[in-house]
Write a protein that binds this ligand. Structure first.
Ligand code: ASP
Length: 319
């Protein structure tokens, strides 16, 4: 028995790669890392790795994390610049007994010492988005269309579970801003005795509910991953609206150690990818309903193709 679930359609190619590794008896850590690296390397996804959108100083600052559900080891980098695969640095850090979460310059120094690949992560395309946004003079910092952190949860044939995330965070964020993605319990959590979860959306709000840990906690109480996801998102969404008048985008995925999975969102159209033993990787679309309830349907081929086409469309002012 093995399985893998990941946020957003952009993870499809990575999940297929990771799933092939799991099918052959591969390790959940290797599969999670390989899946996320695939997304980090693809230049047209403007919210992860190479091609990710910059902060207000036009610098690409990346956040990533990794958690081993057997040992509960956690590693993370935040606001790291000029390294090709932040998820691999996070995984390497997870093996450190202390100093396993590093930010900015400290993270870069570690990556350099360990020989990780340096790369200028700012593409001409990302620069074009930057100048376009400057002209629009939009001031509110929010998840933009196609924001999207990649987050994966893996279960391997030995029962090991892992979670990993990677993101460029919010477009035009302040230098040094860190979202939920490298924060254990908020952006991700994995416990092989129970299951794992990851989140995407407005980090500032996701952190208020420690939503990934909450999902794993609910699964530990015996809830099915779908119920755990809906309950966690529904509760956080309601609390935020009651106390603050509004809630940012909140979307989550989870899998338990039996390979059962779930997803929930408070937006219309959260896509995610699932791969399980005996099945090809599939893209689903989740739609928010009442009180955290969600409907998840398989996305049509047309939808899957349109997703990539819109992401690869020329940007005004590029070149
Ligand atoms: N959660 C990420 C952040 O706030 C962004 C996202 O998932 O779209 O940095």
């Amino acid at each position: 028995m093995w399985g893998m679930i990941a946020t957003w359609r952009m993870a499809l190619e990575g999940v297929s790669k990771g799933a092939a590794m799991l099918e052959q008896g591969g390790d959940a850590g290797d599969a999670a890392e390989a899946a996320v690296r695939e997304v980090e390397d693809f230049p047209y996804y403007k919210s992860v790795g190479y091609g990710g959108l910059p902060n207000e100083d036009m610098e690409v600052e990346l956040d990533a994390a990794y958690m081993d559900g057997d040992t509960l080891d956690v590693g993370a980098v935040a606001a790291i610049r000029d390294y090709a695969n932040p998820v691999s640095i996070a995984r390497r850090l997870s093996r450190e007994p202390v100093n396993s979460v590093l930010t900015g310059e400290g993270a870069e120094r570690f990556a350099h010492k360990e020989g990780f690949e340096r790369k200028n992560m700012l593409t001409d395309r990302a620069k074009a988005f930057y100048w376009k946004r400057k002209k629009e003079e939009e001031t509110e910092l929010k998840p933009y269309k196609g924001h999207d952190t990649v987050g994966v949860v893996c279960l391997d044939q030995r029962g090991k579970m892992t979670a990993a995330t990677s993101t460029s965070g919010l477009f035009m964020k302040k230098k040094g801003r860190v979202g939920d993605s490298p924060m254990v319990g908020s952006g991700f959590y994995a416990d092989s005795k129970v299951g794992g979860a990851t989140a995407t959306g407005l980090g500032e709000d996701l952190m208020k509910g420690c939503v990934s840990y909450e999902i794993v906690r609910l699964m530990k109480e015996g809830l099915h991953p779908q119920e755990a996801c809906e309950r966690a998102v529904g509760l956080l969404d309601r609390e935020l609206k009651e106390r603050r008048g509004k809630a940012g985008d909140l979307s989550v995925i989870a899998m338990n150690n039996k390979g059962e999975w779930g997803a929930a969102t408070n937006i219309q159209g959260f896509s995610f990818v699932v791969s399980a033993e005996g099945e090809a990787s599939k893209v689903y679309l989740a739609m928010a309903g009442e009180d955290g309830r969600c409907t998840c349907e398989e996305a049509s081929n047309q939808w899957i193709e349109d997703y990539v086409r819109t992401r690869m469309a020329p940007v005004e002012g590029q070149g």
